[in-house]
Ligand binder design. Sequence first.
Ligand SMILES: *[C@@H]1O[C@H](CO)[C@@H](O)[C@H](O)[C@H]1NC(C)=O
Length: 350
Amino acid sequence: MMGYLWLTWAFKLGPPPCAAARVTVDAYGFSIPQAWESYEEAMNEYGVVLNRRSMKWSKLLQGKAPIEKNLTVKRYVRKGIPNEHRSTIWMVSSGAQEQLQSHPGFYQSLLAMEHDPKLEEVIHIDMHRTFPDNVLFQSSVEPSQRTALYNVLLAYGHHNKAVGYCQGMNFIAGYLLIITKDEEKSFWLMDALIGRILPDYYSPAMLGLKTDQEVLGDLVKAKAPAVGQLMTQFPGIWTLVVSRWFICLYIDVLPVETVLRIWDCLFYEGSKVLFRVALTLIRHNQPEILMARSLMDVCECFKSITKGPFTQDCHHFMQKIFAEPGSLSMATITKMRESCRQRIIMEETR
Ligand SMILES: *[C@@H]1O[C@H](CO)[C@@H](O)[C@H](O)[C@H]1NC(C)=O
């Protein structure tokens, strides 16, 4: 419990009393990148936004449970869910809450069943690779989130045998545990993401992931034609530069607070937001990308555009993703997914 108390303190009170000491761990237990020198300043500024949002949310949620989905709530979600409401809103808006309530004891029964040793082994291998820089996941810390992480992944692998376990899922379960602090909720949120919200990113064939990379390629051709043109010179490039963005849902790609803001929309509105983020990063950095002369240049560039002030200022970044790429209807995405999927299947069977 100590860990959480300390983190709550770090989050609520901002800089420690001894002002000379630099805060090295963020509100979620991650160490703050050395390069981000203005971190505290940025968080103090963002704290003002958060306080305002927090008051508005409290008013919105007053006495009204369960929340309904409507335009007001959607607007609120896009402006950010305060951390104290995040778990609840994710649960309700994704349908995870409903699943949890209609399947009492299901999670525990998955853990109680006989475990598949192959599954256990692959999950085990990734344990020490999951957030080694996060204090909550270090094995020396009590209680370590590692046990919870292991349980959630094991239960999910048994529940969804077609997927089992795939790298990337450890990061996702880890974030869910950090926010919900609850294994069962994390399990059902995982189920909402992998079973409903995302097309199949994690099944062995990863057809949904391949499809979305193609869709992004087509969207870039339409919305940033010069970059689209450049990328056609390098076949297979989209897999190299964006598969990690999609599989990890921007974890370890973008700053923590920015990822959480994206996930607010992911749970409420669906997977479309992943394209908005990618398109915004690409459009905003067009001049840099267009200077690339080789495959290596492009890869380096796509790594560097996820860093720096533009993505660190999460509130501004989120405003950008809803303006910069222009209109992007779910109907369009669905159509593009269908045709890209056909294209991939045809190419693979040729
Ligand atoms: C939208 O839903 C919220 C939460 O349930 C509620 O407080 C609000 O009055 C609703 N707004 C409209 C316009 O229906």
